[in-house]
Design a protein around this ligand. Structure first.
Ligand code: NAD
Length: 467
């Protein structure tokens, strides 16, 4: 089949590459020239510095004959004459803090596309084509998509909602072996087209292939994200907070008691300073906004959002309250800038708010390390007198007065050894991911004060070393 992707971000690029690996001919269009050049470069380092997703590069190189990247709309015009499906993979961010989805990227791309769809097959529009909403969109988006296409005079088309459930950091792995594929359509012939697009999954015994209507598909995606977000918020705002508030409760032990109940399950039991990323927060905000628009109070949805916000505020405030730490003039190490491990994505990452907090507190130097996301972070916070980037986590930690671990990269677990063995000073350790929990006692015995999500304040024991 011939498939066009509009938007080559995490979703567009990953989904397009999996389509190519399924044997389809794929054209990927984006307005971002640099991104298109990098993704189409065929060079591993270039592709990875653009989108750090394990397996993406291999799949792109292996299928280079079947996947093309372009910013030139005339390529689309030619492609449309024999195109079976178009996947819309556009950003749908929140407008300010309103919860409302910004659909302008969608409308811009949709209107431009509609103009050329009407002239396909020399204006005869003979080829039946399916337009697929792949982005996470409001429940009634399908009606808006139809309006755009109808008002431009597009004929002989179907519309489908096919929400994406990929997990950043495991996007390719997850897209090659999804738990479920959800297709929302009104007409059988659109389901038929989608079954051909996803033949490898339609026939696969381990994949749940779910056919519903387009609004159910869009709503299902929003509610899945609400459910996941709620689990994270419960983990740190209820379980973590309880462990912080009573002595002798180890978060990992409580977790084991809970996760061994099949009804509870084990996803989401990571204590963290913040649940960031481009999706979960904006999607629950969007759900809340949509409910309120139809007159429903979305108290529980809103409370989860607030729980996440207060988690970061509480965590940062503990330095002053519990360790009597004065930030002014201090050197601070920020370990991890990606919103989570295995990605270079910094959208809505706690690290952004942390740097703003450091600045408000008038720290003297911010020392930063991340194994994959530093280039993206430098675009927001360029290197300067007060912001320094390092090539190793321990280099950033050296000479710092406080160390904040903000991302759960596995290698950060090794910091405890280096800190105990090699550091002369004793910075305050703020573990926002419980990465050093296996060594809290050793760190404490070596004189480090520790503030960790899910633990009460841990005061260093060898007091003489602190000065
Ligand atoms: N990132 C995820 O983990 C994930 C998972 C599931 C669903 N989603 C949803 O998928 C959608 C896309 O997410 P993403 O992470 O891929 O976003 P992204 O920001 O990484 O990518 C979007 C791409 O669209 C391009 N674009 C913007 N306007 C355009 C236009 N007019 N024409 C062509 N291209 C245009 C941008 O340049 C960008 O490359 C969002 O709705 C998101 O909520 C994301």
């Amino acid at each position: 089949m011939n498939i066009l992707y509009i938007g080559s971000g995490f979703v567009g690029a990953c989904s397009a590459s999996v389509s190519a690996s399924s044997g389809h001919n794929v054209l990927v269009y984006d307005i971002d020239e640099k991104k298109i050049q990098m993704l189409g470069s065929g060079d591993r380092d270039t592709i990875e510095s653009c989108l750090f997703e394990e397996g993406l590069c291999d799949i792109l190189v292996r299928n280079k004959e079947r996947i093309k990247f372009t910013t030139d709309y005339s390529d689309i015009e030619k492609f449309l004459d024999d195109c079976d499906a178009i996947f819309m993979c556009l950003p749908t961010p929140e407008i300010g803090e309103t919860g409302e989805s910004n659909l302008s990227y969608y409308f811009d791309a949709g209107e431009k596309l509609a103009e050329v769809l009407v002239s396909r097959n020399n204006g005869k529009q003979e080829k039946y084509i399916v337009i697929v909403n792949k982005s996470t969109v409001p429940i009634d988006m399908i009606d808006k998509t139809k309006e755009i296409l109808d008002s431009a005079g597009v004929k002989n088309y179907g519309i489908v909602s096919n929400p994406e459930f990929l997990v950043e950091g495991k996007a390719i792995q997850g897209s090659l072996k999804p738990d479920r594929v959800v297709i929302g359509a009104w007409q059988e012939k659109d389901f038929e087209v989608m079954r051909r697009v996803y033949q490898r999954f339609y026939d696969a015994p381990a994949v749940e292939y779910i056919e519903v209507n387009p609004k159910e598909a869009a709503a299902g995606k929003l509610m899945a994200n609400y459910y996941l977000f709620a689990k994270l918020a419960l983990c740190f705002d209820v379980i973590g907070r309880t462990c912080e508030s009573f002595s002798d409760l180890k978060f990992e032990n409580i977790r084991r008691i809970l996760t061994n109940d099949n009804r509870i399950g084990n996803w989401g039991f990571y204590n963290s300073l913040f649940a960031g990323g481009s999706c979960l927060v904006k999607d629950i905000r969007s759900l809340s906004h949509q409910l309120q628009t139809v007159g429903v109070t979305a108290s529980l949805v809103n409370e989860m959002y607030l729980a996440n916000k207060r988690q970061l505020e509480l965590f940062l405030s503990r330095a002053e309250k519990e360790a009597k730490f004065d930030w002014v003039g201090k050197k601070v190490a920020l370990i991890g800038t990606a919103f989570k491990r295995d990605t270079n994505d910094i959208r809505n990452s706690a690290s952004i708010d942390i740097v703003n907090f450091f600045r408000e507190q008038q720290t003297s130097e911010i020392r930063i390390y991340d194994p994959a996301a530093m280039d993206n972070f430098k675009q927001v916070y360029p290197e300067s007198e007060s912001i320094k980037y390092f090539n190793h986590e321990f280099e950033a930690v050296k000479e710092s007065d406080v160390v904040i671990i903000a991302t759960d990269w596995p290698q950060f677990r090794g910091l405890a050894d280096a800190m105990i063995g090699e550091l002369k000073n004793r910075p305050l350790v703020m573990d926002g991911r419980r990465m050093l929990q296996h060594r809290y006692e050793d760190l404490q015995n070596a004189g480090f004060d520790i503030i960790a999500v899910g633990s009460p304040f841990i005061e260093g024991r060898v007091l003489g070393l602190k000065d």
